[in-house]
Design a protein. Structure first.
Lengths: 675, 301
């Protein structure tokens, strides 16, 4: 109880404190407060991941009713992820924001929003009162809006922020419909009322209820076609905020979907197929668009959509397993999804921080302008490489472990007997394999163009490695990435409790189903060790052999051409050109081309700017239609005050006349009835 | 353990046999069968030249590429006998550990800053991406047919019974052979003996490698061939006792090497733009296998 009060008070202390501190103090104080809150919530999270669920009932007020705080293993798992990413992100931010020291007021607002956002997200994991839940959700949406628009002097940033704000409120709209639906029928805001209510209504109705929640949370999570805010918001925000957004804010959507799976009692099989199809589309579409992006942060944002898809595939097969009574499938699906949630928040935030380092050093995010950074920023390059391999799902890192669990689930699904599920299993497997291959194409491109080769354009400033302290949180993340890759079992044991919530099995510490399901992970951990040993062994032999032979350096072999410049290097555009021609049907790439013509040619130009087909059809076209329709009423908006007062009067008259007209209609209907 | 031993022996001769077949088909005597191995030994002794543009990535990549192929070799079984590592879902590990090697060979090619090598890297990334679904669907079909999810259990449980399963085995052989060709960058996807860098895929990626590193890359290439050969052999020897299985292993590997040699002698490489279509067609063939399995298991009611 005291902890809860302390937890809620801390952000307010920050709000009162930050304006009066010096620039350095603001950052350190914000980080300290964040750390305190992370420790409080982390303490509860660890406690119930290893033991019993905790439940605290707050009295609340007459508006909200009682506020139950229930920390079960699912909240525990997400609280740990949130704390991990916020602490590393906050620490990274301390150094990343040094470039903005002059903007004192802006930094104050930023620090306050940061602390509040952390508190709001932890609350979302814990609160099981729909009214308070929505308040926390709104605080999260508004604070992340404030965090995104830190560089609000750029119009692009403001535009991205407002885009985010609108879409975030669409999410809230859907959630509100769901919550009000239940609250109006049961008169209670408690999540347990939702469970009781959804069990009492027909399945089709409870499925509809789930759909409302699903859309609300899917907008936050960035499932296709609700993803369009991500590629704008992520590049606009400062890097540590992008890392946090991609690391945890979109994961809170996943949390919401998982929570609703526990709360709303409906047909799990139908839900499973729905989630599976949307996730597969998100996974494929996300990575397809990621490949053609030339803005590093935008590329990473699209990649988040892909990874949300992979997590969703896990959730989908988990639901299907639960719906068909296949416990192993359900265990593998949910475990894969939950572990990938952690994994993605680790490597994606690491990638965003690395992108932040690159931005600090070069002041550009356009990868076509970069190149050869590995020589100037070797540590950033290695960290980026680790994360890039991990995100492509390649051993011996953590991405492989979670994708492996999902693959195992899919192959396990093949023991099902119905034709539909077999077909679904094999197509999902093929889809996941394709996603993996595309991710590799994407990240070899990103790493190869940014860090390898030579500089593709003259950069205005000399780029150097960032300070060690700024790299420190990144090393921490990389260490966990490697740790999960090499020792998956302890993390699987941690997952035992949250997964059991979904599979309704007992878990102490791993139950029989889980032991069976995860039997392959121990050999994989040995295999990863063996791989590392072989690499080291061969490298030693190589070193020994090379110590006896002559080592020379020379220019890159240009196939006989010796006057090679950095301009003849492969660019990001050329690296994926064949790909973008093959996948042209799914992509939308604008081109500006000035060909080199004539005997005395002038300068040639070639520009591509990728766009999003879903965005064009789902957002732009309706908006355009809306605009042209509303354009017909522009004459009302004539700038004359007298007219506006007239409209006001007319409106008031119209409102006042409603009862009168209503009375008339009512009596007319009565009259008709009498006939 | 047996499989590793056999694969290494097969790898020693495999590429030599291909080269010998090609030279005999073109009316030359050709080098000895062990010439590729001699080449590698020579490379191991040679000095190295590194490009000034490259970083440490270029130096560690061949090692990791080689190690990934070794790891892949360790999970391949031989009929009833397990690979060194055998667990449920080991074929997923097989595919992904090979992807690790590919990842590094691609970025190593980009490390040189050469446009040729960038071109090769781009193609390699694209083609291997297309080949992956085919492999996973194939393994899924075999897993469905046998009811197991590890290489050794799948192959041990496969027994060729009805006519339709002969057809399936033939299709599976085709798919695996073509994946082997894509992975090892041979015809009809890529021609290692082409004379123009613009038309190469794998060969152009390693233009700047020399000495020990190049030797590692070549050795890994020879091993890769034998590994896929071993997978194909495994389709047929599941229930055969070991004294017959080992000779048939070498026979099939030999036939495979000779037929690759013959194909390369009498066929031209595909046009670069046709390659993706071809590889996607491979995915459809493996889907055909999947439907065949469904037919065998009488899932179509």
């Amino acid at each position: 109880m005291n902890f809860v009060i302390a937890f809620v008070l801390i952000p307010f202390i920050g709000m009162l404190l930050f304006p009066f501190l010096k620039v350095n103090g603001k950052g350190i104080a914000a980080f300290a407060l964040l750390l305190v809150n992370a420790l409080i919530s982390g303490y509860f999270a660890v406690q119930n991941l290893t033991g019993e669920a905790i439940s605290i009932i707050l009295p609340g007020s007459f508006v909200t009713g009682i506020i139950p705080l229930r920390i079960d293993a699912l909240s525990g798992w997400f609280m740990l992820i949130i704390n991990l990413v916020f602490v590393t992100g906050g620490f990274y931010g301390l150094f990343y924001m040094k470039a903005y020291r002059e903007q004192r007021n802006n930094l104050t607002l930023h620090s306050i929003a940061f602390v509040f956002q952390h508190a709001a997200m932890i609350s979302i994991c814990v609160v099981q009162n729909s009214f308070v839940f929505l308040v926390a959700w709104e605080i999260m949406a508004l604070t992340s809006f404030l965090l995104i628009i830190f560089e609000h002097e750029h119009s692009v940033t403001i535009r991205a922020g407002i885009n985010y704000l609108i879409q975030a409120h669409f999410s809230i709209l859907f959630l509100m419909i769901g919550f009000i639906w239940v609250a109006s029928k049961t008169g209670s805001y408690d999540f347990q009322a939702i469970a009781a209510y959804s069990a009492s209504i027909p399945v089709s109705a409870s499925f509809m209820l789930f759909i409302f929640f699903f859309i609300g949370f899917a907008i936050k999570a960035g499932f296709v076609p609700f993803h369009t805010w991500l590629p704008y918001a992520h590049p606009a925000a400062p890097s540590h905020v992008s890392g946090i957004m991609s690391g945890v804010i979109i994961k809170i959507g996943i949390f919401g979907i998982l929570r609703m799976l526990l709360v709303v009692k409906t047909d799990l099989l139908a839900v499973g197929y729905l989630v599976l199809i949307i996730s597969l589309l998100s996974g494929l579409y996300g990575v397809m668009l990621a490949i053609i992006q030339h803005n590093l942060k935008k590329l990473l944002a699209y990649h988040s959509i892909e990874n949300i898809g992979i997590i969703g595939i896990g959730i989908g097969i988990g639901c299907i397993g639960e719906g068909t009574g296949n416990q192993v499938l359900a265990t593998l699906g949910f475990a894969g999804a939950l572990l990938h949630t952690l994994n993605h928040s680790l490597f994606k935030s690491l990638l965003f921080y690395a992108a932040g380092n690159v931005y600090q050093a070069t002041h550009t995010m356009d990868i076509e302008k970069l190149g050869g950074l590995i020589k100037k920023m070797p540590q950033t390059a290695i960290l980026f490489l680790i994360a890039a391999i991990a995100i492509s799902g390649i051993p011996p890192f953590n991405g492989f472990i979670s994708e492996f669990i999902i693959y195992t689930g899919l192959y396990n699904w093949l023991s099902d007997t119905t034709l539909v599920s077999l077909l679904a299993a094999i197509f999902t497997t093929a889809g996941l394999a394709l996603i993996g291959g595309l991710a590799m194409l994407c990240f070899t491109k990103a790493f190869g163009i940014i860090f390898l080769g030579t500089e593709r354009s003259k950069l205005t400033q000399s780029s150097t490695e960032v300070s060690f302290m700024q790299l420190l949180p990144m090393y921490a993340l990389a260490a966990i990435i490697i740790l999960i890759g090499l020792f998956p079992m302890p993390f699987i044991n941690l997952l035992s409790q949250p997964v059991s919530l979904f599979t309704s099995t007992i878990s102490m510490p791993l139950n029989a189903v889980q032991i069976n399901a995860f039997s392959a992970l121990q050999p994989i951990s040995w295999a990863s060790w063996l791989l590392i040993l072989i690499v080291i062994g061969i490298f030693m032999i190589r070193k020994h052999v090379l110590s006896h032979s002559k080592i020379a350096t020379g220019p890159t072999w240009g196939c006989g051409y010796i006057a090679s410049t950095s301009k003849v290097q492969y660019t990001a555009g050329s690296f994926v050109r064949t790909y973008s021609k093959l996948f042209a049907a799914f992509l939308l790439i604008g081109k500006h081309e000035d060909e080199i013509k004539g005997i005395f040619p002038s300068e040639g130009k070639y520009h591509t700017h990728p766009y999003d087909k879903v965005e064009k059809w789902l957002i732009d076209s309706p908006l355009k239609f809306n605009k042209s329709f509303m354009g017909r009423f522009v004459f009302l908006h004539n700038g004359k005050l007298q007219f506006y007062i007239l409209y006001g009067v007319l409106f008031i008259l119209a409102v006042m006349s409603i009862p009168i007209i209503y009375q008339n209609i009512f009596s007319f209907i009565e009259f008709l009835k009498h006939l | 353990m047996l499989s590793v031993f056999l694969i290494v022996i097969a790898a020693i001769f495999f590429t030599g046999i291909i080269i010998r077949t090609k030279s005999l088909a073109s009316g030359r005597k050709g080098p000895g069968i062990l010439q590729p191995v001699r080449d590698v030994v020579r490379l191991f002794r040679k000095g190295v030249v590194y490009s000034e543009t490259t970083s440490f990535i270029f130096q560690i990549a061949p090692t990791i590429y080689f190690a990934s192929v070794i790891m892949a070799m360790l999970v391949v079984p031989f009929g009833q006998s397990r690979g060194v590592l055998s667990f449920n879902g080991d074929f997923i590990f097989f595919a992904y550990v090979l992807a690790l090697g590919k990842f590094f060979s691609i970025i190593a090619a980009m490390d040189t800053g050469s446009s040729f090598e960038g071109m090769g890297a781009s193609r390699e990334a694209l083609y291997s991406m297309f080949a992956e679904p085919a492999f996973f669907i194939l393994m899924g079909s075999l897993a469905l047919l046998s009811g197991h999810t590890s290489f050794q259990e799948i192959f041990a449980a496969l027994h060729i019974g009805s006519q339709i399963s002969y057809a399936l085995a033939a299709l599976a052989t085709f798919v695996l052979l073509m994946i082997a060709m894509i992975e090892s960058s041979r015809m009809p996807i890529d021609d290692p003996k082409t004379h123009l860098e613009l038309t190469m895929v794998h060969e152009v990626m390693i233009l700047d490698n020399s000495g020990f590193d190049l030797g590692l890359i070549f050795t890994a290439g020879y091993l890769k061939f034998a590994i896929y050969g071993a997978l194909i052999v495994n389709l047929f020897i599941g229930v055969i006792p070991i004294q017959y299985a080992i000779p048939s292993f070498f026979t099939i590997q030999f036939v495979m090497a000779v037929s690759i040699g013959l194909i390369e002698s009498f066929m031209a490489r595909f046009r670069m733009s046709h390659n993706p279509q071809f590889i996607v067609a491979l995915t459809s063939v493996s889907l055909l296998i999947f439907f065949g399995v469904l037919l065998i298991l009488q899932k179509f009611m």
